[in-house]
Every structure is written in C-alpha cells, then in structure tokens.
Design a protein around this ligand. Structure first.
Ligand SMILES: Cc1cc2nc3c(=O)[nH]c(=O)nc-3n(C[C@H](O)[C@H](O)[C@H](O)COP(=O)(O)O)c2cc1C
Length: 198
C-alpha cells in the first residue's frame, strides 16, 4: 500500500459490524500494535495498554466469569450472556485500557485522550491490515469481575472493546459533514465579544 492509499484508507474508515469466523493469524495480530509510536503522548507516559484475547480463550474467560460471579458480586445489570455476546462478535478482541500515571503532573484528561488515540490507532491499523474493527464500551467496561480476570490495577479503566476480524459487513453511517457545523474561524470582531466584561 502506498502513502496515498494509506491516507485514503484512514479517511474511508468504517466500523465492521459483522465478522467472518476465520481467526486472525498471529503475525497479523502483532502488526496491530506497531504504529503506536505515532500516538501523541504528553511526557511519554504511555497511559494505555491492551489485552488481546483470542477466540480460543473465550470459553475459559466465560467459565472464569461464571465461577467468580458465584463468589463476588458484579454490577447487577451485567450478565454472563452480555460478556459472551461481546466476545463472540469476532474471533479476536482487544481490550483497550487507560493506564494513567498521576504522579507525573500530566492531567487525567491528557492521558485519556492519548489512550483514546492509541485505541483509534489500533483500529486504523486493523483496517490497513485488511481487517475490520468495532469499538464498543457499555456497562461491561465497569465489570469488577472482568477487570479482575484481565488483571486491571485499581486506577485503570477499560476504555474500549475492539472486536477485530476479517470484515463481513461494514457500517454505512452517512459521512456527509458540514465543516461549518463544528469549526469556527475566530475573529476579534465577532459580535458576541462586544459589551462583555473581561
Ligand atoms: C469510545 C467509543 C465507544 C463506543 N461505544 C459503542 C457502544 O458501546 N456500542 C455501539 O454500538 N457503538 C459504540 N461506538 C460507536 C461505534 O464504534 C462506531 O463508531 C459507530 O457504530 C459508527 O460506525 P463508524 O465507526 O463506521 O462510523 C463507540 C465509539 C467510540 C469511539
């Protein structure tokens, strides 16, 4: 793929909403994370990490969830079915984690933004590798049991479930945007400035 094709790929990004069952080869899985050095990152804290779960572990994870749910309580609205559905949407799931370091004078907001861009970079990398990605969150991001299973530290948060696989169907969201709806070219003569006390 040449540079122009890569840029077109980014501009054309679509979420995959259905995936083929065929597994993602190991060597392609590694490539998903190779572009993360491009992520803007205040003080190089790398406030993200990823847990990669392959279809071969789905049964084990669900069994572990069921076992722990018998011992400890999760949020009442979280069920094993919910977890099972989330996993089985694709043959691979990458859990994107915000892993902040609050000792380095970098705001929490800056760190969330970097971690979000890191997750986006993985989704773009997936597309560039011929894969599809669907980013979801929801109540499962708060599951104490799931956090326990994937070894989250107390300050860490799940910021996305990235379902990844060979795409069967892409989303068809309307991409017509009007730039003026969200970009304003500032000028000191803007009327709203007059008469305001500063
Ligand atoms: C942080 C984040 C969380 C999201 N969570 C969900 C979700 O829980 N459920 C969902 O259907 N879509 C969710 N989405 C939206 C989809 O990933 C996707 O962007 C949307 O369906 C539009 O498709 P497109 O990416 O092709 O524009 C989320 C997106 C982001 C960035």
């Amino acid at each position: 793929m040449n540079n122009i094709e890569v840029i077109m790929n980014i501009c054309d990004r679509r979420s995959a909403i259905k995936f083929y069952d065929s597994p993602v080869p190991d060597e392609i899985q590694d490539n998903l994370f190779e572009f993360l050095s491009s992520v803007p990152d205040h003080k190089s804290l790398r406030p993200w990490r990823f847990v990669v779960i392959d279809v071969s572990s789905y049964d084990d994870i669900c069994a572990r969830y069921r076992k722990l749910a018998g011992i400890q309580c999760d949020l009442p609205s979280i069920s094993i079915d919910m977890l099972n559905r989330k996993l089985r949407r694709s043959p691979l799931i990458v859990i994107a984690i915000l892993s902040p370091d609050m000792n380095k004078k970098v705001s929490y907001q800056d760190q969330i933004i970097s971690a979000g861009i890191a997750a986006y970079t993985v989704s773009i990398s997936a597309m560039t590798l011929g894969l599809g990605c669907f980013w979801s969150t929801g109540i499962l991001t708060k599951s104490k049991i799931l956090k326990n299973i994937i070894n989250l530290d107390s300050g860490e948060e799940i910021i996305g479930f990235l379902n990844i696989g060979f795409p069967m169907l892409l989303s068809e969201r309307d991409r017509n945007i009007k730039i003026n709806d969200f970009v304003e070219y500032f000028s000191l003569t803007t009327e709203s400035c007059y008469g305001e006390e500063i």
